[in-house]
Design a protein around this ligand. Structure first.
Ligand code: SF4
Length: 355
């Protein structure tokens, strides 16, 4: 099947080029409608009917389509079919106070192979392009507007936060992530604050130094899990090529150049990284950095094991002891609520690629 070039997620200048020699204001009109979340050229009512028809014959608005939605009380997971048939997932999280967060993917699958993550177990298919990242947000925003009522579609900020914590390692796809971030933060478009975008990485040194030097100064979260390096190498094999000493140097540079507080995420795996030694290693890693530690009790995903034993959730006692130890070292600690588990949309559970 032939795919028409898609326009959603492109910068205005690129739409101008694609529409040339039409006057530039036509591109601005289309861009504005994309930002408002229309699903069709026919809804662009300030463009003459014949021109809308011509656009529809030359372009599509989106390159991907919604395959299905899965919903529980706190999350709505979208399974999205890309133009090459691959499937990815994006999740709309709801904190119960009508504050919505969009969790976006940057790759189909993931090459990082963290042992506790369903996505990692799928292997890697390909990087997403910037438009495919942006489209996830637009789809989730429309889904949110559908839930809350039509008038919200015009409210750009119906979703308060974007977290890039879905499928894939964002810093292994940095160029496309940057373009998607530019689309989200364009003051003449989505106008999303950089401070409301958080990118979570397993610690890719090259990407971290690049962001520290060249921006964007979005918020960063490091999926640390443990700073006991030998254990981390087993849990997160990318550690071997990205030693924590270098990761810390990059984070320090990011903060020195104007980046804000970094979140250190610790996915707690019962009986694996809940030792006192792991908490103390995190406290040591955090020294000299402005951080908050976010404790994420592992969300079960079928078939994942470590050293021949199935992974398990940490029990309450393990979690409390771990948090207590971190706090005794003066660290600020938060615990992430287990949102999205009912739809397998919680952290580490995203697992759809070719099904
Ligand atoms: S935790 Fe993140 S980086 Fe690690 S395998 Fe899963 S998606 Fe990839």
């Amino acid at each position: 099947m032939e795919h028409l070039p898609s326009l959603a997620g492109l910068p205005l200048q690129e739409i101008e080029t694609l529409l040339s020699p039409l006057p530039r204001f036509r591109a601005s009109q289309i861009y504005k409608w994309i930002v408002r979340g229309v699903s069709d050229f026919s809804q662009m009512t300030d463009i003459p009917h014949s021109l809308r028809q011509e656009f529809a014959s030359r372009f599509s608005l989106y390159s991907s389509v919604i395959d299905s939605f899965h919903e529980d009380r706190q999350a709505k997971k979208a399974v999205i079919k890309l133009k090459d048939g691959l499937k990815i997932e994006a999740v709309l999280l709801n904190d119960g106070k009508k504050r919505l967060t969009a969790c976006l993917s940057t790759q189909a699958g993931c090459p990082a192979d963290c042992v506790f993550c369903k996505t990692g177990s799928l292997g890697f298919a390909r990087d997403l392009c910037a438009e495919e990242i942006a489209e996830q947000f637009l789809f989730l925003r429309n889904a949110a507007a559908d839930t809350l009522g039509d008038e919200h579609i015009r409210d750009n900020h119906i979703i308060e936060n974007i977290v890039v914590m879905g499928m894939g390692e964002p810093l292994l796809n940095l160029a496309q992530l940057r373009m998607a971030a530019a689309f989200f933060t364009d003051p003449d478009g989505m106008n999303f604050s950089k401070r409301r975008i958080t990118v979570s990485t397993c610690g890719i040194c090259g990407g971290l130094f690049d962001i520290a030097e060249n921006g964007p100064f979005i918020r960063l979260a490091l999926s640390l899990t443990t700073a006991d390096e030998p254990l981390r190498q087993k849990l997160m094999p990318i550690t071997a090529a990205n030693p924590l000493k270098k990761v810390k140097e990059a984070l320090a540079l990011f903060q020195k150049k104007g980046g804000g507080r970094v979140t250190l995420e610790a996915v707690l795996l019962g009986g694996v990284n809940t030792r006192g030694k792991d908490a103390l290693s995190i406290a040591e890693f955090a020294k000299g950095l402005d951080t908050v530690v976010n404790i994420i009790p592992w969300n079960p995903a079928d078939g994942l094991e470590f050293e021949g034993k199935p992974l398990r959730e940490p029990d309450r006692e393990e979690i409390e002891k771990f948090i207590g130890l971190l706090e005794s070292k003066g660290l600020k600690v938060t615990k992430r609520l287990r949102k999205g588990r009912g739809v397998n949309g919680a952290c580490g559970q995203l697992g759809c690629l070719r099904s």
